[in-house]
Ligand binder design. Structure first.
Ligand code: SF4
Length: 205
C-alpha cells in the first residue's frame, strides 16, 4: 500500500533514489515505465506537454480561468463545453463570455437539464432539500451526453456537486478540467476547510 501523504522523505522530488521508503511506489518500475510510455501516445502527448508548459508560463501569475483559456488556445481547440451548476449560473455566464472573448465557441449545459424531479430517478422524497416540493435532479450524465453530441473538444466543469462531477467525468468523451470545485460553505474554496481543519472547522468535518 502506498502512503505518499505521510512520507517524510519525498525522495521523488530530489533525485535521491537511495532514500526511497520501503513502500515507495517508485519501486514499481514496470508501472512507472508504462506510465511514461503512455504520455507518448498521440492522444496524450501534446495535451500533456501543453498543460505542463502552462505551469511555467503563468506560474503564480495566471488565475485558473486564464490557464484554462490558454490551454484551449494552445491546443487549438475551437469548441469547448461548459457543464455548470445552476447555483453558479452567474459565474457560468462570466466564464462563457471570457471563453467567447478568447475566440472559442462555447456549448453550455446546466445541471438541471431535463427538469426531472429527483423522485423519478429514485431519490427518496425525504432526502430532498425541500421534501414535498418539485426539486429537479442534477443530471450529469445528460450534461456529458449533450456535450458529446455537440462534439466539444474539451469540457469545463463548473461547480458540479461532489459525486455528480464524478459521473460527468465518467461519461464525458472529451477530457475535462474543473474550473470550480463546489463547496457551498466556503465560497467554493475546499482548501479553506483544510486550512482550518484543526481549528474553526474541527467539529464540522
Ligand atoms: S513517491 Fe516515494 S519518496 Fe515520493 S512521496 Fe511517495 S513514498 Fe515518498
Amino acid at each position: 500500500m502506498y502512503t505518499c501523504a505521510n512520507c517524510t522523505v519525498q525522495a521523488c522530488g530530489q533525485q535521491t533514489p537511495e532514500k526511497l521508503p520501503q513502500n515507495c511506489p517508485m519501486r514499481n518500475q514496470p508501472l512507472m515505465k508504462e506510465a511514461l510510455e503512455t504520455y507518448a501516445l498521440p492522444e496524450n502527448h501534446d495535451f500533456y506537454i501543453t498543460a505542463s508548459e502552462l505551469e511555467a508560463l503563468g506560474y503564480c501569475q495566471w488565475p485558473r480561468i486564464k490557464e484554462t483559456i490558454q490551454l484551449c488556445l494552445r491546443m487549438g481547440y475551437t469548441k469547448v463545453g461548459l457543464a455548470f451548476c445552476r447555483g453558479l449560473r452567474k459565474e457560468a455566464k462570466i466564464v462563457d463570455q471570457l471563453l467567447r472573448r478568447a475566440g472559442l465557441e462555447v456549448v453550455s449545459v446546466i445541471c438541471k437539464t431535463g427538469g426531472i424531479d429527483k423522485e423519478v430517478c429514485g431519490i427518496p422524497a425525504e432526502h430532498k432539500v425541500h421534501p414535498g416540493q418539485f426539486e429537479p435532479m442534477c443530471n450529469p450524465i445528460a450534461q456529458a451526453r449533450l456535450l458529446n453530441e455537440q462534439h466539444t473538444q474539451f469540457n469545463i466543469a463548473l461547480g458540479l456537486c461532489v459525486g455528480h462531477d464524478s459521473m460527468f467525468y465518467k461519461y464525458s468523451e472529451a477530457l475535462v478540467t474543473t474550473l470550480i470545485a463546489k463547496d457551498r460553505v466556503t465560497g467554493h474554496n475546499p482548501a479553506a476547510a483544510l486550512y482550518c481543519a484543526e481549528g474553526y472547522f474541527k467539529n464540522r468535518i
